[in-house]
Ligand binder design. Structure first.
Ligand code: CNA
Length: 263
């Protein structure tokens, strides 16, 4: 289970970290209260603030970091049952984790839907509009097109419910970079068998790690990248990580400053 904390090392602010988090820096969005940016009622009146954020997070602006590549390595080794992420930055895909291994629980910019006629489009079709600060419109009915990001009160994607059965079959749960404050995602941490170790890698204790610890829970507190690095060292996967990251660097020779930040 992953959250915004795996992407802060890539330069994307999370929500709740005081000072740097999005909730402390809302002036640029000109919204009455933080949640308004993800509320449908507000969006229909004023979609601009959401599209300002969308412009920032649209795929292509940021690069994955060490934490994403660790998850990719788990996949390469056949050890990743599923990656449940709350992130909407798409960096798991960019890191090479195939979409069928992913549950993007709070949606994605990879696709978008017309709010009027419900036609679906590839998110890429609206990149130009979003980058030009234009609210994207449906080619067919001219309705506002909303990227498939889950707003408050909207149903989670089907895949969330389809793969929830992964949890009782897992034999290790990693919880990385999340405040575990958003439901129903947060409760999934309780859905693994009680004999299954749960490993939290995060700046602080969160969710059941704070209030309902199990005897076999492990918490690696501090910076996400440092925590993941420690796990990689314990597993003796240093070399494989380096090779993977080096190969990725060669694939993306330009514009990957953030990859280097965290490596
Ligand atoms: P959150 O509530 O902002 O919590 C982030 C957690 O990560 C906190 O516990 C932080 O202390 C911790 N954290 C942040 N950076 C680090 C770091 N470098 N090292 C260690 N710990 C760190 O975010 P959640 O994901 O838990 O909340 C769910 C929301 C946030 C979802 O709906 C997302 O869509 C939304 N979000 C996503 C992104 C993104 O896609 N990158 C960015 C901002 C918010």
């Amino acid at each position: 289970m992953a959250g915004a904390g795996i992407s802060t090392p890539s330069g994307i602010p999370d929500f709740r970290t005081p000072g740097s988090g999005l909730y402390s820096n809302l002036e640029q969005y000109n919204i009455p209260y933080p949640e308004a940016i993800f509320e449908l009622a507000y969006f229909f009146v004023n979609p601009k603030p959401f599209f300002t954020l969308a412009k920032e997070l649209y795929p292509g602006n940021y690069r994955p970091n060490y934490a994403h590549y660790f998850l990719r390595l788990l996949h390469d080794k056949g050890l990743l049952l599923r990656l449940y992420t709350q992130n909407i930055d798409g960096l798991e895909r960019v890191a090479g984790i195939p979409p069928d291994k992913l549950v993007e629980a709070h949606g994605t910019f990879a696709t978008a839907t017309c709010t009027v006629c419900r036609r679906k489009f590839p998110g890429e079709d609206f990149r130009e509009d979003v980058m030009a600060d234009k609210v994207p419109q449906c080619r067919v009915c001219t309705g506002v097109v909303k990227p498939d990001i889950v707003f408050f009160g909207e149903e989670l994607p089907q895949r969330f419910f389809l793969h929830v059965t992964d949890f009782p079959t897992a034999d290790l749960l990693l919880v990385i970079g999340t405040s575990l404050e958003v439901e129903p995602f947060a409760s999934l941490a309780g859905a693994v068998r009680s004999s299954v170790p749960r490993v939290l890698i995060n700046r602080d204790l969160v969710g059941p790690f704070a209030w309902q610890q199990r005897y076999n829970d492990v918490a690696q507190l501090g910076d996400v990248v440092a925590g993941v690095r420690k796990v990689v060292e314990l597993l003796d996967w240093n070399e494989e990580m380096q090779t993977l990251i080096q190969n990725e660097k060669e694939k993306h020779p330009l514009g990957d400053a953030f990859l280097f930040v965290a490596v």
